[in-house]
Design a protein around this ligand. Structure first.
Ligand code: PRP
Length: 179
C-alpha cells in the first residue's frame, strides 16, 4: 500500500466485481439498443475503460471534459465544458460515465446540457457516490458504491493530480492534504 494511504476502501477485485455487476445491469436495461457512452475526463478514465469492456454490446465511445471553477467556488455552480462530444446525440441512447458524484454540480450541469440536445434516453453511471456532500438535487441512475465523506483517491481519482494510477481506492491520510 502507498505510504500516503490510511486504509484501502475497495480493492482491485472488489472494484472489478462491482463494475461487472453495473455492466450487467446496464446491458439488461439497454437490451437491443446501441449506446453512445460518454466518459467524463479525467477521473472516470479507468472506470470507463473497464465498464465499456464489460458491456459487451454495441457502443460508441465519446468523451467530455468539464471543469468547475475550483472546488472552493463550487457553490457558484459554475461548470465549464472544456472538450465537447464530437457527435450529434439527437435520438440516441446516451450513457454518461463518471467516477464520482460529490456536490452533484458536474452531473447536474452535464445532464441538463445533454438533455437539451434531444437524446432518445440519457442515463448516468457513477462508480462512487458521496450523498453527504450533495449541494444540488442529483441522483445517478447507476451507482457502484456509496462512500462516506472521506478523501478517496486511486482508480482515476486524484489529489493534486497524484494517485490516479493506484489500482485500488484508498483513503488519503489527512496530513497529506491538510498542510
Ligand atoms: C471530479 C469528478 C467529477 C466531479 C464531481 O472532477 O471527476 O467530475 O469532480 O464533483 P461534483 O459532484 O462536486 O461536481 P474534477 O473536477 O476533480 O476533475 P478530474 O475528473 O479531472 O479529476
Amino acid at each position: 500500500m502507498h505510504s500516503d494511504i490510511k486504509r484501502v476502501l475497495f480493492t482491485e477485485e472488489q472494484i472489478r466485481e462491482r463494475v461487472r455487476e453495473l455492466a450487467a445491469q446496464i446491458r439488461r436495461d439497454m437490451e437491443g439498443k446501441e449506446i453512445l457512452t460518454v466518459g467524463v475526463l479525467r477521473g472516470a478514465v479507468m472506470f470507463y475503460a473497464d465498464l465499456v469492456r464489460e458491456l459487451d454490446i454495441p457502443i460508441h465511445m465519446n468523451f467530455m471534459s468539464v471543469s468547475s471553477y475550483g472546488k472552493a467556488s463550487v457553490s457558484s455552480g459554475a461548470v465549464r465544458i472544456q472538450y465537447d462530444i464530437e457527435e450529434d446525440i439527437a435520438g440516441k441512447n446516451v450513457l454518461i460515465v463518471e467516477d464520482i458524484v460529490d456536490s452533484g454540480l458536474t452531473l447536474k450541469y452535464l445532464t441538463t446540457t445533454l438533455i437539451s440536445r434531444n437524446p432518445a434516453t440519457l442515463k448516468t453511471c457513477c462508480l462512487f457516490d458521496k450523498p453527504e456532500r450533495r449541494t444540488v438535487d442529483f441522483q445517478a441512475d447507476y451507482v457502484g458504491f456509496v462512500v462516506p465523506d472521506v478523501f478517496i483517491v486511486g482508480y482515476g481519482l486524484d489529489y493534486a493530480e497524484r494517485y490516479r494510477n493506484l489500482k485500488y481506492i484508498g483513503e488519503l491520510k489527512p496530513e497529506v492534504y491538510s498542510h
